[in-house]
Design a protein. Structure first.
Length: 510
């Protein structure tokens, strides 16, 4: 579908309206846009008409923080997220290998362990006991830890015989150990974008590690039209000079993309920098030490010193790159805000999972966006209660950030959480995933705020906006009122459009 598209009887608020899409934008909204209506655009020959029959039309949903390659791969890895101990995780891996034996010499790859509450830490010996001689590499749910068997330690030349590596070493290891052939990975990633489009996603910011400029150009050549959504491809600090030498600025089309539809969808994203690690790995950099931890790592890990952070922010910002700074602990958030102020630039803080009261207004004052992942508050509430004991009132402080005037955008951090914006919205409006009372409900977001944060700031379908839209069966407010947060998670997406083209079209719209 390349010409104009007329969506008839779309529910916008309380009214049924016709919506005309053309040239990638919303061109008109009126009660009746049928041919010959006075004072309204004439429908061109060849205009496609789709009757929405009262279905709800909303701005398209944006996942502001994903790792698409790891999300695509994690969907095919052994899932150990339900393990309540290291031994149980090892048993799950062994059972999966028995059910589907790996090729001789192949690396067995698992994903999703959360060891923050385990009484016994992960260790190579536990994997050796159940899979002797087999190279096994398992990524933690937060992507900041990798757990390996002795065979994997030997194969990948790790220095620590315990088989547990953290932060950048873990990320490097997963890139080496778990990457399939490029053509296989490309197929997985493109399929993942199609699955995301089926949930109403029209754009993502891809923070995957590696050469995303080359990877996305290659994928665009493999599939006409490229991915089923817009992708803003980030760059990490190790490739910053390479990107600057190529003259790339955030928002530029990715070089090497020939297909015009793919070129429209694939754009340069921000520079990603790390101040600290994660709560799950106990490397988030905090003012308060972790209970029972002494020594230099008691407060977590500072990955980028303030002076280097300021230099990188200034260097990239002056060259036209957007800036995204990973900061989870409250001390890391303060350092990130200080860095933006010292460099005289603005950007985003990724995660902002713990923020001191005095730093909340600085987001708005400095124009720094809080890029948050609401599902993390639900998955990590018990870990926070234990490892951030006494400081959880400032943990995942979404309501306080909004009250302080900060701009907030939502993401999933997939594969840390599912790439499903309805899960993120539901987690933002009700901070519980089980039968327990909401955790720190003062930090809930109102539904309208959460939807806008999940839609790139758009609150309605307006003339002149990009024709990135989602069609759902029922108004989200009605769903929430009738079925609660669980109902929001199950939102029925009937169709998704990017630049006026359907990227997902369910049976109800055929």
């Amino acid at each position: 579908m390349t010409g104009p598209l007329l969506l008839r009887r779309a529910r916008l608020g309380a009214a049924l309206r016709d919506v005309l899409l053309d040239g990638g934008r919303v061109r008109a909204v009126a009660d009746d846009l049928s041919a010959g209506a006075p004072g309204l655009p004439e429908l061109q020959a060849g205009t496609t008409v789709v009757d929405l029959d009262g279905a709800v039309l909303l701005p398209g949903l944006v996942d502001a923080h994903v790792h698409l390659e790891q999300w695509a791969a994690a969907r095919r890895r052994i899932d150990v997220s339900g393990a309540r101990s290291a031994a149980e995780a090892a048993a799950l891996l062994a059972a999966a290998v028995r059910a589907t034996p790996a090729d001789p010499g192949a690396v067995v790859v698992g994903h999703g362990f959360r060891d923050a509450l385990w009484s016994q830490p992960p260790a190579a010996a536990l994997l050796d006991d159940v899979l002797p001689g087999v190279p096994v590499v398992v990524s933690s749910a937060d992507l900041h830890t990798a757990w390996c068997s002795t065979a994997a330690v030997t194969r990948f030349g790790l220095a620590d015989p315990t088989g547990v590596v953290l932060e950048q070493e873990a990320m490097d290891l997963m890139a080496r150990a778990a990457a399939p052939a490029p053509e296989v990975l490309d197929g997985w990633v493109l399929a993942a974008t199609t699955a995301a489009a089926a949930r109403g996603v029209t754009a993502v910011v891809d923070f995957e590690y590696g050469d995303l400029v080359t990877s996305w150009a290659r994928r665009a050549a493999r599939q006409p039209g490229g991915p089923a959504l817009r992708v803003h491809a980030a760059v990490w600090a190790d490739r910053l000079e390479e990107v600057l030498a190529a003259g790339l600025r955030t928002g530029d089309p990715l070089p090497g993309v020939v297909d015009p539809v793919a070129a429209e969808r694939l754009r340069m994203g921000p520079l990603k920098l790390f101040v600290d690690g994660s709560l799950g790995t106990r490397t988030a950099f905090c003012h308060t030490p972790y209970p029972g931890v002494t020594g230099p790592d008691a407060h977590g890990l500072l990955r980028t010193p303030p002076a280097e952070l300021e230099r990188l922010l200034r260097r990239a910002g002056s060259a036209g790159l957007g800036l995204a700074v990973h900061a989870i602990g409250d001390r890391a958030a303060a350092i990130a805000l200080d860095g933006f102020a010292a460099a005289g630039v603005t950007g985003r803080i990724e995660h902002a999972q713990q923020v001191c009261d005095e730093d909340l207004p600085r987001f708005a004052e400095l124009g720094v966006v809080a890029s948050i992942q609401p599902r993390h508050a639900l998955d990590d509430r018990d870990a926070a209660d234990q490892h951030w004991a006494g400081a959880t009132g400032r943990a995942f402080p979404y309501g306080a950030l909004v009250a302080a005037g900060a701009e907030v955008v939502l993401g999933s951090d997939a594969p840390v959480a599912p790439l499903d914006p309805w899960d993120g919205v539901a987690s933002a409006v009700h901070r519980s995933l089980d039968g327990r009372a909401a955790w720190h409900p003062e930090h809930h977001l109102d539904l309208d705020v959460a939807l806008a944060a999940a839609s790139g700031g758009r609150r309605a379908v307006r003339v002149g906006d990009p024709a990135d839209l989602v069609v759902v069966a029922d108004p989200p407010a009605d769903v929430l009122a009738r079925h609660g947060a669980a109902g929001l998670r199950a939102t029925e997406v009937l169709g998704t459009l990017v630049a006026g083209r359907f990227t997902h079209r369910g049976p109800a719209l055929t």
